[in-house]
Design a binder for this molecule. Structure first.
Ligand code: FAD
Length: 311
């Protein structure tokens, strides 16, 4: 099954397959288990349920690699809309937003980075007005430097802006050291893209070992670690590192994806841990779904069956 990871990640970027799958409502079965819906109202409803259960959330309006300026503006508008709705519903204290810079202009030719920064500022401003924060998702390694540069710029005015680092990248331990300063919110994940050996560990075991090394740096540091993983071993190690570093609950948080290990999310929260659920929503769910299938190819047969049986 591990052999399927690469082709699935390739498919996640295939325009033709995307067209085919995205227009098939038949795929709704599996999509629904990872994405609560397409509209702001769907996202806010799902968030309300999580908050009621004592969890926190971060909302991601799905979309990436936008080569269309108008689409980037629509994405910004969607974030402003959801932030307003969260504030109106009294959910903003428990809910932030996650933003992919490539969805708000970073991949546009020419002044893409500048457009993404300006759009990022607009969203950060709206988040602050709503009483919450923004975290910049991390995408493939060709964007890491640009994303961290944008983060630095945004943090001048919005120091609460969160970063994401991926343990599979060889550079990340050093990036963790750079970002483990007071007030710095850093989400550590393993990484979801298909990266070459030259920049990334490709062996799962190596990625896990790197995750632990990075976690040690962040948990010993002055920042606010956000431990994004479903891996029971990583969750246990994070708990042990919190004890070793004298960190009390709430000086770090666990993060998991919507629909993945919900019992574990609840268990950690009931044990007093802060747990945030990443809630993706919107119609552009294709790339996100393919990355989730690549991580868990055992779901592939379920997905293919739902295509064939048109349920
Ligand atoms: C909140 C959050 C935000 C993220 N943001 C980003 C980002 O900005 N950029 C990026 O590249 N990636 C991001 N990711 C994805 C991340 O990089 C990984 O691809 C993804 O989380 C899978 O890695 P894992 O740590 O869960 O462990 P894996 O190595 O995939 O799995 C390890 C173990 O976890 C358990 N597990 C994993 N999945 C499941 C499942 N579906 N059901 C039951 N058990 C399971 C199993 O025991 C498994 O053996 C994010 C992940 C989370 C949780």
């Amino acid at each position: 099954m591990a052999l399927l990871r690469e082709p699935l990640l390739l498919l996640s970027r295939s325009g033709m397959v995307k067209q085919l799958v995205s227009t098939m409502p038949v795929s709704a079965g599996i999509v629904k288990s990872y994405v609560p819906g397409e509209s702001t109202a769907d996202a806010v409803r799902a968030t309300g349920g999580l908050v009621e259960a004592g969890l926190h959330a971060t909302l991601d309006f799905l979309g990436e690699d936008t080569l269309d300026r108008e689409q980037a503006e629509l994405t910004v508008a969607a974030y402003l809309d959801v932030l307003r709705a969260l504030s109106d519903e009294g959910l903003a204290r428990h809910t932030e937003v996650s933003v992919k810079l490539s969805a708000i202009g970073q991949s546009l030719p020419g002044p893409g980075a500048k457009i993404a920064l300006e759009n990022g500022r607009t969203i950060c401003h709206a988040a602050r007005n709503a009483g919450t924060t923004v975290t910049l998702d991390m995408e493939d390694h060709t964007t890491t430097d640009a994303t961290l540069a944008t983060l630095r710029e945004l943090r001048k005015d919005f120091p609460e802006t969160g970063a994401v680092l991926q343990s599979y990248l060889r550079r990340t331990e050093a990036d963790c050291r750079d970002l483990a300063y007071e007030g710095s919110r850093v989400r550590l994940c393993k990484g979801a893209y298909d990266e070459p050996e030259s920049v990334a560990f490709t062996d799962r075991h190596e990625v896990d070992k790197a995750y632990v090394r990075c976690l040690k740096v962040l948990m010993a540091g002055e920042g606010y670690p956000m431990i994004a993983t479903h891996d029971p071993r990583m969750v246990d190690i994070a708990g042990a590192l919190a004890t070793r570093n004298g960190r009390s609950q709430g000086t770090y948080e666990y993060q998991m994806l919507f629909g993945i290990r919900p019992d574990e999310q609840q268990r950690l929260s009931d044990a007093g841990e802060k747990v945030r659920v990443y809630v993706p929503y919107g119609s552009e769910w294709y790339g996100y779904l393919m990355r989730r299938l690549a991580e868990r190819p055992s779901n592939l047969s379920f997905f293919l069956r739902s295509l064939v049986s048109k349920k």
